[in-house]
Design a protein around this ligand. Structure first.
Ligand code: FCB
Length: 478
């Protein structure tokens, strides 16, 4: 009998698991505008962006994408993209002016209307409690360097949960506390612009404690099926060589970049090597009070990972200043205790942020995180890229560089899932071009282009590509 040739069906697409959640993300200060409306008080970003020299071109979030007034149009855009979920952040000073006392009706009402609009469109709302816009009044009493701020954050979480908890089934507490602590209080390139390594470490602990308090508050107020996560910008740290000194540099950056958060949140406490590396800067024994680590360890249902680019590091070389200006230039290091570690830009393509394009970094990060925290599902709460995006004469944006970035990163996610990582969803950063912190409106991350003069929204080619990806629950084989 002639043998029947066994041919595998041609696989031309990489399919994601059924139920994989496709979304896009934004943050309040980056898109809302309406900075002084309906009782909102200033946040540290209002103050910082008004401080000369802090934000490119003196840009502020006063108007941004005017999403506060245009949210209905924006939800329609989301529907057109076929988004299944939308991750947005709640503005603390809009909900609870000054960070203390009762909530304002108008502030909560905005988010109630947004959530209703999303649900009507069949889009799952995903709310982040804190995406960097601390009420300025709380900064005046110490900001995140003050333990009190963590307690206030827990109270604010209760207000948000009571208002929205019946309709928002997935919450993230903090967005990228590393940036809040170390760019906000260490290198000073983010609000509030302080540059004291001890303050940065204090802020990190109080952000952790705030996460613990908020998680407890959400659990107490929300229905049992509600899922709670934190979004961390875990650094995928690579030593430049296998030289022990480079390996130690990588260990140090992993400690103060990642394990300072995952340690107490997920692994039972602050790692001993972090405490040793930073003991000369802060007295951890007085900073961390009895019960703090247990509070921070309040169980979460998912871990949110924000990934853009890896960190390639080597040992300090005498006479060489450490270079790590990923989020803006500063003479102050965002790495307390490891200030002299060198950072390297790997060869290859970069985005408009100057960040190297490295999908393997995402694969490695997902695999390493899965191995470190087995049983904890992961969700990519941010991934995306800035490119110049110059519209052509027809007004369209042919952002093939962004499509390529998304495609390669999604292929990496697919590979990680195939190799056992439990990744439940992917949120593109960002739905819209928006206020990119210290870079103002210079950097465009949106799948949808925003003309800041007219507020016209134009979906880019990448938006259409992403819509097809969502529709097919797959990307083409690379
Ligand atoms: C992340 C932030 C987000 C955006 C992207 C580009 O660090 O969470 O707000 O700025 O970077």
């Amino acid at each position: 009998m002639p043998e029947t040739p066994v041919t595998a069906p041609a696989v031309d697409r990489l399919s994601f698991p059924p139920g994989f959640l496709w979304g896009a993300a934004t943050a309040a200060y980056q898109i809302e505008g309406a900075a002084a409306e309906d009782g909102r008080t200033p946040s540290i970003w209002d103050t910082f962006s008004r401080t000369p020299g802090k934000v490119a071109n003196g840009d502020t979030g006063d108007i941004a994408c005017d999403h506060y007034h245009r949210y209905r149009t924006d939800v329609t855009l989301m529907s057109e993209l076929g988004l299944q979920a939308y991750r947005f952040s709640l503005s603390w000073p809009r909900i609870q002016p000054g960070g203390r006392g009762p909530a304002t009706f108008a502030g909560l009402d905005f988010y109630r209307r947004l959530v209703d609009e999303l649900l009507d469109a069949g889009i799952q709302p995903v709310a982040t409690l804190y995406h960097w816009d601390l009420p300025q009044a709380l900064e005046e009493t110490g900001g995140w360097t003050a333990r009190e701020t963590a307690e206030r954050f827990g109270e604010y979480a209760t207000l948000a949960a009571e208002a929205l908890g019946d309709r928002v089934a997935l919450w993230t507490t903090l967005n990228e506390p590393w940036c809040s602590a170390f760019l906000g209080y260490g290198s000073g390139v983010h609000a509030p612009g302080r540059t004291d390594p001890a303050d940065a470490l204090r802020a990190a602990h109080h952000l952790n404690l705030g996460h613990g308090r908020a998680t407890a508050a959400l659990r107490a107020a929300l229905p049992a099926h509600t899922q709670i996560a934190a979004s961390l910008n875990l650094h995928q740290v690579r030593p430049l060589t296998t030289d022990p000194a480079d390996l130690d540099a990588a260990r140090r950056i992993d400690a103060v970049g990642n394990r300072i958060f995952t340690g107490p949140m997920l692994s039972g406490g602050y790692p001993a090597d972090l405490l040793a590396d930073t003991a000369h800067i802060v007295d951890w024994n007085t900073l961390v009070r009895p019960g703090d680590e247990a509070a921070i360890a309040a169980p979460i249902d998912l871990l949110g990972i924000n990934y853009y680019t890896p960190a390639v590091v080597s040992a300090p070389t005498p006479g060489t200043a450490a270079v790590n200006h990923a989020h803006g230039e500063s003479d102050h290091s965002p790495w307390p205790g490891s200030e002299d570690v060198n950072f390297h830009l790997p060869p290859g393509d970069t985005t408009d942020m100057g960040w190297s394009i490295d999908p393997t970094g995402l694969y490695d990060l997902l695999m390493a995180t899965s191995r470190a925290h087995p049983g904890l599902p992961l969700v990519i709460t941010e991934n995306g890229a800035a490119f110049p995006d110059v519209p052509t004469e027809d007004g369209q944006i042919h952002d093939h560089d962004r499509i390529d970035y998304l495609h390669r990163h999604l292929a990496a996610v697919h590979r990680a899932i195939g190799d056992g990582a439990d990744v439940r969803g992917y949120f593109l950063w960002s739905l819209l071009d928006n206020f990119e912190w210290a870079y103002g409106y210079e950097k465009r991350f949106g799948a949808v282009h925003v003309d800041y003069t007219t507020q016209l929204r134009t979906p880019k080619a990448s938006a259409r590509w992403y819509a097809r990806t969502i529709g097919a629950n797959s990307v083409p084989v690379l």
